[in-house]
Design a protein around this ligand. Structure first.
Ligand code: NAP
Length: 260
């Protein structure tokens, strides 16, 4: 399937590994040139080299914290007029909400709500002027089905989703779309870290914890980041202009409902 995005330019945030990297790879395989970001320069450079070698596309690495105004300015300086923006950042910590003070909440809201909104604000008018834009926010299945120990994720990401739900309808007539991709369990470092923590608390092995995560899913497995990247690229296709303000849950059917 030709996605019709060859030679487009994309910013993919938080993309040295995991879901962000998978999105970057899928876009590059479809002919998109990239600016990718994450904080650890060595890992980011290695990922950029890997994507260049695999796809032959231009990949610029900007090592910085995307949740800071300085970091965002550096990323935008490297790609002032993106056709595609993939918003992503690390998720907030797990815990009991009684442990979280105001500073912890502000950090979560900044990282998972304000940061993507600031990036959208910086690029959306250019997209409108050029009559093409695809914005995908990587959020979480927690937007649809709250995860008790991830209260800050539930809250901050729902805030982003609410804001974007309104904005998406304001920009769609200019062929600019904004949609959410909601990951369930995907085998990334983030999922492994959660499994290591659960194993430590329960005295079980990490392998057992991961096997249980897989067993309870209707697919009998956890997701492959490749599958997530491909869904992201599809939302960015030229022919996806009528997919507006949607939140696509990629969880192997774990959320049990007849519709939606
Ligand atoms: P991951 O494998 O841990 O990768 C996170 C990536 O984000 C890394 O490249 C990391 O690099 C970068 N990053 C983190 N904070 C950053 C910052 N402030 N500025 C720039 N880059 C940053 O995580 P993942 O599993 O791909 O998760 C991606 C997002 O999806 C997270 O928000 C996560 O909570 C959410 N999510 C994941 C799952 C899942 O099953 N994997 C499920 C639901 C939601 P550096 O550390 O070097 O910056």
């Amino acid at each position: 399937m030709d996605l019709g995005i060859k030679d487009k330019k994309a910013i993919v945030c938080a993309a040295s590994k995991g879901l962000g990297k998978a999105c970057a790879l899928s876009l590059a395989r479809n002919g998109v040139d990239l600016v990718i970001n994450s904080r650890t320069a060595s890992e980011l450079e290695a990922t950029a080299a890997e994507i260049r070698a695999a796809t032959g596309r231009s990949v610029t690495a900007v090592a910085c914290d995307i949740t800071t105004p300085e970091g965002r300015a550096r990323v935008l300086a490297a790609c002032p007029n993106p056709d595609i923006l993939i918003n992503n950042a690390g998720g907030p910590p797990r815990g009991d909400f009684r442990e979280w003070d105001e500073a912890a909440w502000m950090k979560a809201v900044n990282g998972n709500m304000v940061t993507p909104i600031m990036l959208i604000k910086s690029v959306v008018d250019g997209m409108i002027a050029r009559k093409f834009g695809r914005i995908v926010n990587i959020t979480s299945g927690s937007v649809k089905s709250p995860i008790p120990e991830l209260g800050m994720s539930n809250g901050a990401r729902a805030g982003l989703t609410g804001f974007v739900g309104g904005l998406a309808r304001q920009v769609a007539r200019h062929n600019v779309t904004i949609n959410g991709l909601l990951p369930g369990p995907f085998l990334t470092d983030r999922l492994r870290a959660g499994a290591i923590e659960a194993a430590r608390k329960s005295g079980r092995s990490v392998e057992d914890v991961l096997a249980d995560r897989a067993k309870v899913n209707p697919t009998g497995r956890v997701g492959d980041p490749f599958e997530f990247g491909e869904a992201c690229a599809f939302l960015c296709a030229a022919s996806s202009g009528f997919i507006v303000g949607q939140n696509l849950l990629l969880d192997g059917g774990a959320f049990n409902s007849t519709i939606g």
